[in-house]
Design a protein around this ligand. Structure first.
Ligand code: LFR
Length: 470
């Protein structure tokens, strides 16, 4: 029998990929068919996404499936969170599509708190404070582009926007929408009262749909370009929500670390925890598949090392950087990876050096020394986060499930096992795309539910274990 293919388009802040998946004897197999670079472009000091080029890449990857003779029965797109497009009454994009590292949200928290206190906002939404959350971005729209905001008829987040371009169907997916900080964790719909309080046009927002919803088929125009038709299904379109679906275990109460541009460390809860302890530690309750909540913390993540690598002119692969770091084990300096100076510095290497200088730490110099400082500091911050989660939830975990690209960083996995004292279970590296596929396969009745799909992921992919050595 010919295999049935499902296509995941997983676009991260630094790269995107098209992954085809199919079932083979009860196991899921995946194949990367297309990959492209991504990054915010700097346009006169504004950090923007080039959505046209992203969409062109989506199409290129879809064409690749045709070339390979592997036409998917369905497809879905996930991306990072919080960013959005404003559409006019002809459904055309209005103005810039800002990237979340843009500085325009500086000071916007204070503007929001004039309307609702920080504490009340957390109680109401359960979403951690990140200066780039959509709520602060929309507040900044009110200041820097009020005309465009007024003109906007539709607010649509990036995966939904791309899927609209493919199908002509406009809709909003729930998991990604929760990252706006405008969704009520009880009703799982927009918090219209909050939106009104902020003075934002509530009519821009579309009813939220759960992952698994079938959106529609390709428009005639797209069918012609790619050479086939397929069904577009909503996955958990926030990449982290898809990644968490692919944690390779059926156990409850699991500690995961979704490791990519960001490190997202947390667990799943059936009810959002919007208490003070969680707020103080800045834990979020983002919406997950099947009405679960992702109780997690954003840690600056591999973005720091990605940036350093670029600054060394991509002379080293990530594996080589790990190796160099391992050989530079003597360096004792540690940085606070979540310090805001690392969010969007002009030069990351310089930011690390000046952090060390300002804190009387030995200043790292070589690529290996810098990488060692970063990796070890990340591992330390994972250990702090584990302690906070265990304390807040009164649970002890035995293992950390590392999923996403960072699962391939053996050196970091070992450091994490050492700093936390937990077993690190690493893989799958393509967790986000796999989660995206899982939602499609569940919608197509390949699996009964999330648990069955997770069991399949556990049995299908190569998973490595790391134990504490020192
Ligand atoms: C990871 C991620 C995080 C989100 C950040 C910004 O790719 O989606 O979950 O906080 O990017 O959108």
């Amino acid at each position: 029998m010919k295999p049935v293919y499902y296509l995941a388009v997983d676009i991260g802040a630094s790269s995107g990929r098209h992954i085809l998946a199919s079932m083979d004897n009860g196991r899921m197999t995946i194949e990367e068919v297309y990959r492209f670079d991504n990054g915010m472009i700097n346009d006169n000091g504004n950090k923007l996404w080039d959505v046209d080029s992203l969409f062109a890449n989506i199409i290129e990857g879809m064409k690749k499936c045709k070339e390979l003779g592997k036409i998917p029965v369905s497809m879905s797109i996930d991306t990072w969170a919080v960013d959005y497009v404003l559409l006019d009454d002809n459904d055309k994009c209005i103005g810039n599509v800002y990237g979340y590292r843009d500085e325009r949200t500086d000071g916007m928290d204070e503007e929001v708190y004039k309307v609702i206190s920080e504490k009340e906002l957390y109680k109401r939404t359960g979403i951690q404070k990140q200066k780039f959350n959509t709520i602060y971005q929309l507040m900044s729209d009110k200041f820097i582009r009020p005309e465009q905001l007024k003109e906007a008829k539709t607010f649509i987040m990036l995966p939904d926007y791309f899927q609209f371009l493919l199908t002509g169907v406009k809709a909003s997916e729930y998991t990604n929408a929760t990252s706006t900080q405008l969704v009520n964790p009880e009703t799982k719909q927009w918090d219209y009262e909050l939106i009104d309080m902020l003075g934002i046009n509530r009519n821009m927002f579309m009813e939220l749909k759960q992952p698994g919803t079938i959106l529609g088929e390709l428009t005639d125009g797209i069918k012609k370009i790619v050479g086939y038709n397929t069904r577009v299904v909503m996955c958990a379109s926030h990449d982290t929500a898809s990644a968490v679906m692919a944690v390779p275990t059926v156990a409850d109460n699991v500690l995961y670390l979704s490791s990519g541009t960001w490190s997202l460390m947390g667990t799943e809860l059936l009810k959002a925890r919007c208490d003070e302890k969680s707020q103080v530690c800045n834990f979020t309750n983002e919406g997950g598949y099947d009405y679960r909540f992702r109780y997690l913390k954003n840690i600056m993540g591999l973005w720091i090392i990605q940036s350093v690598r670029h600054e060394f002119e991509d002379r080293y692969t990530f594996a080589e950087l790990c190796k160099e770091a391992e050989e530079t084990d003597y360096i004792t300096s540690r940085i606070d990876v979540n310090n805001k100076c690392f969010l969007a510095p002009e030069n990351m290497t310089e930011a690390i050096k000046s952090y060390c200088n300002n804190n009387d730490l030995i200043i790292p110099d070589t690529a290996g020394e810098i990488a060692a400082v970063v990796y070890k500091s990340l591992a330390d911050s994972y250990a702090d986060t584990v302690m906070q989660i265990e304390k807040n939830l009164d649970i002890t975990y035995d293992a950390i499930y590392v999923i996403g690209g960072g699962a391939n960083a053996g050196y970091l996995n070992q450091l994490t096992a050492d700093s936390t004292g937990k077993t690190v279970v690493a893989g799958p590296a393509e967790a986000t795309a796999i989660g995206n596929i899982m939602a499609q396969m569940i919608a197509d009745s390949v699996f009964k539910n999330l648990k069955e799909a997770r069991a399949c992921v556990r049995d299908s992919f190569d998973i490595k274990r790391f134990e504490q050595k020192r």
